[in-house]
Ligand binder design. Structure first.
Ligand code: SF4
Ligand code: SF4
Length: 106
């Protein structure tokens, strides 16, 4: 499995929190969000990571995450190797901690 880059960030919907109100679809300037089956769905090819949707959602259902997260979630749903995915998540977590430390040192 190819290691996804944690440095690309995209909007991500927590479907348990989304109530399908459509406020994010109105706010997104690139047309990256559609409501499908009463839940917001992000087109990652259109998302430019501006975070406007995150600030608009009244339910806190939208966050900006490393692109790797939704990719890995899809792999979990498809039944891919969980141990391999866990190892990748650990690696991403370590890289994010490193980035956080670098920012704190600025
Ligand atoms: S604004 Fe939030 S709750 Fe409303 S559709 Fe978008 S993600 Fe779902
Ligand atoms: S981060 Fe910006 S471009 Fe991406 S889905 Fe949200 S509003 Fe649209």
């Amino acid at each position: 499995m190819q290691q996804p880059s944690p440095l690309i960030w995209k909007a991500f919907v927590d479907k348990n929190l989304c109530v399908g109100c459509g406020k994010c679809t109105e706010a997104c300037r690139t047309g990256a969000i559609r409501i499908i089956d009463k839940k917001a769905v992000v087109d990652f090819n259109r998302c430019v990571c501006c975070a406007i949707c995150m600030r608009t959602c009244p339910r806190g259902a939208l966050t900006i995450v490393p692109y790797s997260f939704p990719i890995l979630q899809r792999e979990v749903e498809r039944g891919e190797d969980l141990d391999e995915i866990k190892a990748q998540l650990k690696g991403i977590g370590a890289q994010l901690e490193g980035m956080e430390r670098s920012i704190e040192e600025l």
